[in-house]
Design a protein. Sequence first.
Length: 447
Amino acid sequence: MIEVRFSAAKANGKEISGTMSVPSWQEGKKKVTSLAAKHKLKVKSIEKKVTYLYKVRRGKEKPITGEQSAYTKDEVVKALSRLGFQVISVNRKLIDLQSKPPAQEILSFVKISAELLEQKLPYSEIMTLLVNDIENKALKDTLRQINNELKKGADSQKTFLKHEHTFGKFAAYMLGLAANSGNMTEIYRATAKFLERRQQFKKDLKSALITPFITLFVLMVAVLFYVGYIFPATAKLFVKFDIELPPMTDATLAFSEILTANPILLAIGIIIPPVLFWQFARTEKGKFLIDKYMLRIPIIGSLIHKTLIEVFCRVFYTLYSGSAESIEPIKIAAEASGNLYFERKIKNVAIPLMMQKGKGLTEAFEASGVFTQTAISRFHSGEETGTIKNTAQQLANYYESETVFRLKNIIEIIQVTISMIIMIVMIALTLVSAETATISPKSPLAS
């Protein structure tokens, strides 16, 4: 997220200004333009907060260097001058990449905060301790900004949501909500549990899907290189001397000639599809379709589906406080799932049914089509007995236990399968090489 400041004039000539946090500069200009058109304003300027590198000294002391975020160079110069520094130079940072802290760093911050809150340490002291102790620069700078704004009396929820690019939408919402909830410890502990579970799931999913695909891709490239360039160097010697080739060697050489005759098509076939898929996956439509069909992958899809329900139920349990206030927890829980298809089904089907047609929670969830029959049955029971909150927690714990156990078994099966594929490929290459080694030229006497 970046900060954008704009100034505009009303029809009567009165000037107004404001700031907003947006994902990108283009998005910022689009929002300001839309806001101006809606309120009939004339935009005078749009500025982006950037980083400036400065060099200053106080009296005859050694020069000090540092960096400061500001909208203009003059703001930095004036601020440093007010502090009594002699400004030597102020220049805009040429490469100002806004890196996102690793997920593990954010998880550590939330878990440590939860532990210190349990020890009744004031939140302001916790933030000060962590700002001084955290090593990751991006997270340290973010926490410093949040701490400074909170000390000035800023609303915690708005403050954290300004940094949702750093924490993620759900974590930023929860951490901002904590200060106003009256139970910071429980919310921080629940957020830590959610982040830890999501991180573990991504790690397990990577082991189950991504790593095997990369292994098979590298194996395929290695085989193509061997068949296309290494193997022909030996086999063509026999062809040159008009020696009859055994069946496997002859077939492999024919395949090799096809590869070497079409190197451009081969490169396009290997490189272009993954690139196109990656570009498509970055679009909103691509992410929606991928998230949708990912749930239909045999075996793995079922586990992903149940994990989404687990995450939804865990977040819903943390936020839910009564039937009259159930819409916002459902919305936030859907967003926290991280699956666009799952989120849209709940937002576009379940929530409208509850708000516009007065349907019950269970009936709306069933209509969305993204909950299992087990989940629907449990929610129905919880709705009848008035224990929806506890039902959500039970479902989350149940699906966590099931998915963790089954995913470990699937990872082991996939690893064994990959090992067998590698073994079969290596045996095939060994047989072809061994067959080639048995070829002997015709004896001159025999000819």
